[in-house]
Ligand binder design. Structure first.
Ligand code: R5P
Length: 272
């Protein structure tokens, strides 16, 4: 279902037309005026319309989910939302939500979550996802697999024909012990797709990236489709040394996509 929508990027209290009028006069009308971040914000704000007072909310991680957390905090401050409990999916989101005054808890205290809102790195036509390019896949999966409703928010650049189709990483969280051994085994699992496995590194020295859980990430780059995703998932998870992977299969209940043509809402039940 496509909904024509002019996102309001000048602040939530500025009507969209006023926002358009506030644009600098030097912006030619023929050029796109909305950035990728504008689309992320539009998708995030749309998702927050599904939040109701009293909900336990999974708070996602990343540049798109950040907008949703900001918006939830804004609505709490205004009194439009009340009695929200947030379950952050990373230390970064915890810090953001805490600083904005959102009441927070964890899965030990709230094992059932009403609604989670999070971004994604890839969304395929069946609403399967790749997540974790920001390194938060494990906590995200722990939270998002126990939520009653999981809304994914993306700009249109995240839509792919098949998982791995962007040519970018499909992350796998692994224990640091003998990570090279695990990386080789992961690469060998998908040798028929010319898969390349690379340890995620940071900084000038190429130090391993360390997740919130003290693990490493091995990024898998596929050159073609990997076939049955459930089979691929099982093969990855059977490897000792693997903690979790970034394919979120059959988990999203709704995907909100923002792009040049407006906002599109894809529902698992209706459209799949
Ligand atoms: O680990 C990171 C998360 O899975 C993010 O949700 C994902 O990488 C999308 O991030 P962004 O909204 O910044 O593109």
């Amino acid at each position: 279902m496509a909904i024509p929508y002019l996102p309001n990027f000048m602040g939530s209290d500025t009507p969209p037309m006023a926002a358009a009028l506030l644009l600098p006069s030097s912006v030619p009308l023929s050029q796109p005026i909305f950035s990728q971040d504008d689309y992320k914000k539009a998708a995030a704000y749309k998702a927050v319309e599904f939040v109701q007072s009293g909900m336990v909310l999974g708070l996602g991680t990343g540049s798109t989910a950040k907008h949703a957390v900001d918006r939830i905090a804004e609505l709490l401050r205004q009194g439009t939302l009340k009695d929200i409990v947030g379950i952050p999916t990373s230390k970064k989101t915890y810090d953001q939500a805490f600083s904005l005054g959102i009441p927070l808890s964890d899965l030990d205290s709230h094992p059932v979550i009403d609604l989670a809102i999070d971004g994604a790195d890839e969304v395929d036509p069946h609403l399967n996802l790749v997540k974790g390019r920001g390194g938060s896949l494990l906590r995200e999966k722990m939270v998002e697999c126990v939520c009653k409703k999981f809304i994914v928010i993306v700009d249109e650049s995240k839509l792919v024909e098949y998982i791995g189709g962007s040519g970018l990483a499909m992350p796998v969280e692994v224990v640091p012990y003998c990570w090279k051994f695990t990386a080789v085994r992961l690469q060998n699992l998908f040798e028929d797709t010319d898969c390349v496995a690379k340890l995620r590194a940071v900084g000038d020295d190429g130090e391993p990236y360390v997740t919130d859980n003290g693990n490493y990430i091995v990024d898998l780059y596929f050159k073609k489709a990997i076939g049955d995703l459930k089979v691929a998932s099982d093969r990855i998870l059977r490897l000792a040394g693997v903690v979790e992977h970034g394919m979120f299969l059959d988990m999203a209940t709704t995907v909100i996509v923002a792009g040049e043509l407006g906002i599109t809402i894809k529902n698992k039940e209706l459209d799949q």
